[in-house]
Ligand binder design. Structure first.
Ligand code: CO
Length: 134
């Protein structure tokens, strides 16, 4: 049911040095930083030929990635995002399969302006999974 890998999100302690690694060392195109206060992160997008990498930095005191950065001070892979055609159909399937949807279970508008949901890492091989309707 899931489609393409939309992005891999990497939480970083410092967006400037994270951007430098991807731009200078790895030679990728990196977007300008975008503050997303409603998600508690500032994000840049690394455009790759077949997918994207998102670098996430803590924004504000309620940032959902703050505990992750505390545990992983040099940063780390935070989640993977898979595309789905219909997020409500996908959500209902996950629930009927016994998986846990995070939050109130209702899709939110994500960093790309499209509806997203997050699934419990313990139900998905220890990985936080984001579903995005495309
Ligand atoms: Co994401």
């Amino acid at each position: 049911m899931i489609g393409r890998l939309n992005h891999v999100a990497i939480a970083v302690p410092d967006l400037v040095s994270g951007t430098k690694v991807y731009e200078q060392t790895l030679g990728a195109n990196v977007s300008k930083p975008q503050a997303l206060p409603e998600h508690g992160v500032t994000v840049v997008f690394v455009e790759l030929p077949n997918t994207k990498i998102e670098l996430l930095e803590v924004l504000g005191e309620e940032s959902p990635i703050a505990p992750f950065i505390e545990k992983n001070p040099s940063g780390g892979i935070h989640h993977v995002c898979y595309e789905v055609e219909d997020i409500i159909v996908a959500r209902d399937r996950m629930i009927s399969e016994g998986a846990r949807v995070l939050g109130d279970g209702e899709p939110k508008i994500g960093a790309h302006g499209k509806p997203v949901l997050f699934l419990h890492p313990k139900d998905f091989c220890g990985t936080l999974v984001e579903l995005e309707q495309v």
